[in-house]
Write a protein that binds this ligand. Structure first.
Ligand SMILES: [Zn+2]
Length: 401
C-alpha cells in the first residue's frame, strides 16, 4: 500500500485557507502583499509550526515549511497569492498539499535522505512582477523586469517596503543548484482536458513558450458615404481578415498550439469614417521553440499580406520550458501505485516550475478543473481529485527523495 496523506486534515486546512480573503461569491482575493495575502502566509507558517516543522522566510519573501534531513532539498511548492477576484484552488491547493506531504512524512517517521521544503513563492500571479519569488530562488530575476515591472515601479517599491524586503537583496534568495534535489508542484489544470477525458492526473510535459506583438495596420481613412468600396484601403477590414486568417493558419498548421488577438482598436473610430489605422495585440503559444519560430514567420507574413501597410513591434518573448523526464516518471509511477489514470499534457499557463526548471529537475502534476474554469470565483476541483493530487505528490516526492 502506498503511503497516503491525511485527507481530513488537508481538507480542514484548505477550508481555513479559503476563508482568508474570501469573496462573497466563493472565490478569494489575495493580491501580493495585500492584508489577505499576508494573513494567508502567516497562517501557513503557523500551521507548519503547529506540525513541528521548521519555518523560513527568504530575502524574496518566499515562505517555507521545512522538514530537515540531508544537505540537499526537494522543494514542493506553489503560491498563496491570487489574481483579483480569483478562485480558491489556483496555487493554494499546491501549497496546502505540499505542507500535508511534509506532515505525512514527519508523522510516519520516514527517514529520507533529503530535506523536504514546502514553499509558497512570492508574487506568482504578477500583481507586482510575476514569478518574483521563483526567479529569485533560481538566481535569474531579470533586472530589466524589476526596472519596469508589470504592476508598475511604484507598486513594487511600496509592496516591498510594506513587508520589509529590500530590492537590492532579492537576489540573495538564490539557492545553489547543487543544494536542490528537485522541484515538484501540484496545481489545478486550469483547462478542460482532464475533465473532458475523465482522467485523474495530468503529467505536465512542459510549460508553453509564448510570443506577443503589437501590430499596426495602416490604410487610408475616408468618408464612409462617398468612398466606393473598391477604392478603399480599410485598415479595419484588413485587421479583421487577419484575425480570421491567423486562426485558420494555426488550427490547420499547428495542432496543439494557440493564437489569440486579444485586443483590436480602429482609428479614428467613428460610424462615418473608414478606419485608417487598426492596432492589434497578437499572442501565440507552443511547447516547441522551433514551432514558435515558424509560427512567428508565418503569422507576420500573413499580417503583411492584407493589402495595407503593417508595422510590427515585439512585446514579449518567453521560451518554452520542457519539464524533467525523471520527475514525470516519478509522477506516473506514484499515480499508477494508487490506481489513478494519467495523461501527458502541456501547461498553457505559466508557473513557478518554469523558473525552477533552469536550476533543478522540475515537474508538475495537474488535477481536473471543473469546466476548465480558472482565475474566477467559479474555479472548482472535486475534493476527491484534490486528495488524489496530494497523494500523488506524496508518492512522487518519496520516489524522488
Ligand atoms: Zn497558479
Amino acid at each position: 500500500m502506498p503511503p497516503r496523506v491525511d485527507a481530513e486534515r488537508l481538507r480542514a486546512d484548505f477550508e481555513a485557507l479559503s476563508a482568508i480573503g474570501a469573496t462573497a461569491d466563493g472565490g478569494v482575493e489575495r493580491p501580493t502583499f495585500s492584508d489577505a495575502h499576508l494573513e494567508a502566509r502567516a497562517w501557513f507558517l503557523e500551521r507548519a509550526r503547529a506540525a513541528g516543522l521548521e519555518t523560513r522566510v527568504d530575502a524574496a519573501g518566499n515562505h517555507s515549511a521545512v522538514l530537515p534531513a540531508g544537505a540537499r532539498t526537494l522543494l514542493l511548492g506553489s503560491h498563496l497569492d491570487s489574481v483579483p477576484d480569483g478562485g480558491r484552488y489556483d496555487g493554494a491547493l499546491g501549497v496546502v498539499a505540499a505542507l500535508e506531504v511534509l506532515r505525512s512524512v514527519h508523522d510516519a517517521g520516514l527517514a529520507l535522505p533529503v530535506t523536504l521544503e514546502a514553499i509558497d513563492f512570492t508574487d506568482e500571479e504578477g500583481t507586482l512582477v510575476g514569478l518574483l519569488g521563483s526567479w529569485a530562488v533560481a538566481g535569474s530575476l531579470p533586472p530589466e523586469t524589476l526596472a519596469a515591472p508589470r504592476g508598475g515601479r511604484d507598486a513594487l517599491v511600496a509592496g516591498l517596503a510594506r513587508v520589509g524586503l529590500e530590492e537590492s537583496h532579492l537576489a540573495d534568495a538564490r539557492r545553489d543548484p547543487a543544494s536542490l534535489a528537485g522541484y515538484l508542484e501540484l496545481h489545478i489544470e486550469q483547462g478542460p482536458v482532464l475533465e473532458r477525458e475523465g482522467v485523474d492526473i495530468g503529467i505536465v510535459t512542459g510549460i508553453v513558450g509564448s510570443r506577443s506583438f503589437r501590430l499596426m495596420f495602416t490604410g487610408a481613412s475616408g468618408h464612409a458615404g462617398t468612398t466606393p468600396m473598391e477604392a478603399r484601403r480599410d485598415a479595419g477590414v484588413a485587421a479583421a481578415a487577419f484575425v480570421v486568417a491567423a486562426r485558420d493558419l494555426v488550427v490547420r498548421g499547428y495542432p496543439g498550439c494557440v493564437v489569440t488577438v486579444g485586443s483590436i482598436a480602429f482609428e479614428p473610430g467613428a460610424f462615418n469614417v473608414i478606419p485608417g489605422r487598426a492596432r492589434l495585440a497578437l499572442e501565440f503559444r507552443s511547447l516547441d521553440s522551433d514551432e514558435l519560430d515558424a509560427m512567428e514567420a508565418e503569422l507576420l507574413d500573413l499580417a503583411g499580406a492584407q493589402g495595407v501597410e503593417v508595422e510590427v513591434e515585439p512585446v514579449g518573448h518567453w521560451e518554452a520550458t520542457p519539464l524533467d523526464a525523471e520527475v514525470q516518471a516519478a509522477i506516473r509511477g506514484a499515480a499508477a501505485a494508487l490506481g489513478l489514470s494519467t495523461r501527458d499534457l502541456p501547461s498553457g499557463a505559466g508557473h513557478d516550475a518554469q523558473a525552477l526548471a533552469a536550476v533543478a529537475r522540475s515537474g508538475m502534476l495537474f488535477v481536473p478543473s471543473q469546466g476548465g474554469v480558472s482565475h474566477s470565483p467559479r474555479e472548482h476541483t472535486a475534493w476527491e481529485d484534490c486528495v488524489n493530487g496530494a497523494n500523488v505528490l506524496l508518492g512522487a516526492a518519496l520516489a524522488l527523495a
